[in-house]
Ligand binder design. Structure first.
Ligand SMILES: Cc1cc2nc3c(=O)[nH]c(=O)nc-3n(C[C@H](O)[C@H](O)[C@H](O)COP(=O)(O)OP(=O)(O)OC[C@H]3O[C@@H](n4cnc5c(N)ncnc54)[C@H](O)[C@@H]3O)c2cc1C
Length: 483
């Protein structure tokens, strides 16, 4: 069957990008998911939000999250396979993204702990001073199943898109450290041993320019809890990552970078997560297509398997081609990140090209995942909406991929911003080999930039969407076909 590679999150990327040094690791990891992981993941999704044990029996505050032991075993598989430590050992983000792809095919929520741990380790290694790195980095990169986890907590109750207006957590200097006080409203991987957190140093200016990035351990120097978990959220999906409301009260923290460049560090953190989100979105779309394929080959209507009916057959062909394009966009954005992630301000033009690609990829791949999960449900007909067939889960998971790490609207507007300020669409045009169809889009964008600021925002969406699609198609031209 020519489409067999779609059933494997190892085989599909392997077909597109060729062999890597990680093939045996990935095959072993996939085998584990088939034998054991998927069933654990299904159970976690169905069971829903775990409990927080706030106090131990002696009355000490512990905030322990009560997932079943199988959950921790599932989580550990990815760390053991090297989703974190390989990035540092091999000085490449490639293994992380390959493992996140594979994980997301089975459980896109589980990719979150891996992603936010990576998004903690990278700024720590880049901006932490020697003592901080020596103390914390080896804990994150342990290979012995006792590694620490990271987290990235920016969002507060008043909203995540406009961090400059809505981050109210205050940081006060205290010798070599800082004390943070505030509430983080969406805190994924609650319970993590280390988090990077946005806060405003006391007296710093209002708006994004006054924000700084801090490293916050779960435990204080004296062993007490450094943050507490008010509650865990009941979510429609990504139930494999505990998302909580976290309270900081004079919490010990360490400044990363300079206070006046904090917003750039925060955006660097988010951009790593956006690439992981893009990779995960493509994997989820692959999964939905694979499940639709399995069903359509067996379901008989009007005398033949439904996949053999011309309308549905065409839809499969188109969707598989779109999957190839979405993969190309996410993968290329990841390659650019690999190239530029160590850059510091002032960033190069290459970095601005990466930013544009990251916004287009986050936006386009998540929308594709949502549309593909919906289509997969439709292919399954009535069975698609029943919880017992898992298909409805892909739609729930995909909806979160489109919202966290910045909504679709924000990605489009941030793409527009880097185009306005850095003319990054011209760099993109060169990067993808000057295809004629993209030339037309670039000309249309140049004309669009002549409009008033209000009109530019209002009418940008179709142009931004078209730029993402044409870029994805151009990049997919370099990849083998799937047939
Ligand atoms: C399951 C889950 C886990 C999460 N985990 C974390 C985490 O670990 N750490 C963290 O920091 N955050 C986390 N978040 C928060 C997430 O990043 C935010 O939900 C997201 O950034 C959007 O912010 P908001 O929900 O406050 O929406 P708002 O910012 O209030 O936006 C509301 C709506 O307005 C739109 N909007 C805003 N500004 C504009 C504009 N200028 N033009 C047009 N439309 C606009 C938005 O796109 C959105 O549709 C998580 C969210 C979810 C759902």
């Amino acid at each position: 069957m020519p489409f067999d590679i779609l059933r494997s999150p190892f085989a599909f990327p392997h077909h597109l990008i060729g062999p890597t040094n990680y093939d045996s690791v990935l095959q072993e990891y996939e085998a584990w998911w088939k034998q054991e992981g998927q069933a654990i993941s299904d159970a976690v999704d169905r069971t829903g939000t775990p409990w927080v044990r706030m106090f131990d029996s002696a009355g000490k505050r512990v905030d322990e999250i009560l997932y079943p032991p199988d959950y921790w075993r599932m989580l550990q598989q990815g760390y053991r396979a090297g989703v974190l430590w390989r990035a540092f050992q091999d000085k490449s983000l490639r293994p992380s993204f390959l493992l996140i792809y594979l994980t997301s095919f089975y459980d896109s929520g589980l990719s979150c702990p891996y992603t936010v741990s990576l998004s903690t380790a990278l700024p720590l290694s880049k901006y932490g001073d020697a003592a901080l790195k020596e103390r914390f980095l080896p804990e994150l990169l342990r290979e012995d199943d006792r590694n620490w986890q990271g987290a990235t907590w920016m969002t507060e109750i008043k909203g995540g898109s406009d961090l400059g207006a809505n981050v109210e957590t205050v940081a006060v200097p205290d010798g070599n450290t800082w004390r943070l006080t505030g509430d983080k409203y969406f805190s994924s991987n609650a319970g993590a041993e280390l988090a990077v957190v946005a806060a405003r140093p006391k007296g710093a200016p209002a708006g994004v320019r006054g924000l700084a990035l801090f490293l916050l351990p779960r435990q204080k120097h004296n062993g007490e809890l450094n943050y507490t978990i008010r509650r865990l959220k009941d979510k429609i999906a990504t139930r494999s990552v505990p998302t909580g409301e976290v309270e900081l009260r004079d919490s010990e923290a360490y400044l990363l970078g300079e206070p006046d460049e904090g917003i750039y560090l925060i955006l660097e953190v988010l951009n790593v997560s956006r690439i992981a989100n893009s990779v995960g979105s493509v994997a989820l779309a692959q999964r939905a297509i694979a499940d639709a394929l399995d069903f359509a080959e067996c379901r008989i209507a009007f005398g033949r398997p439904v996949i053999e009916h011309p309308l549905l057959h065409r839809q499969f062909d188109e969707r598989i081609n779109d999957l190839r394009c979405a993969f190309a966009l996410a993968w290329e954005a990841g390659k650019l990140l690999n190239e530029v992630w160590e850059e510091r301000r002032p960033y190069s033009q290459r970095y601005h090209l990466f930013r544009l690609m990251a916004h287009l990829a986050k936006y386009w791949t998540a929308e594709f995942a949502v549309q593909t999960a919906k289509w997969c449900m439709e292919v399954h007909g009535g069975l698609g909406v029943l919880e017992e067939f898992r298909v409805e889960r892909w739609l729930r998971e995909a909806m979160i991929l489109a919202i966290w790490e910045g909504t679709a609207h924000r990605q489009l507007l941030d793409a527009l911003e880097v185009i306005e300020r850095k003319q990054a669409h011209h760099a993109l045009f060169e990067y993808v080999g000057r295809p004629p169809r993209l030339r037309e889009a670039v000309d249309a964008i140049d004309a669009h930039l002549q409009l008033s600021a209000e009109q530019r925002e209002r009418d940008w969406e179709p142009l931004g969407a078209s730029l993402a699609q044409l870029t994805a198609e151009a990049l997919a031209g370099n990849l083998p076909s799937v047939a």
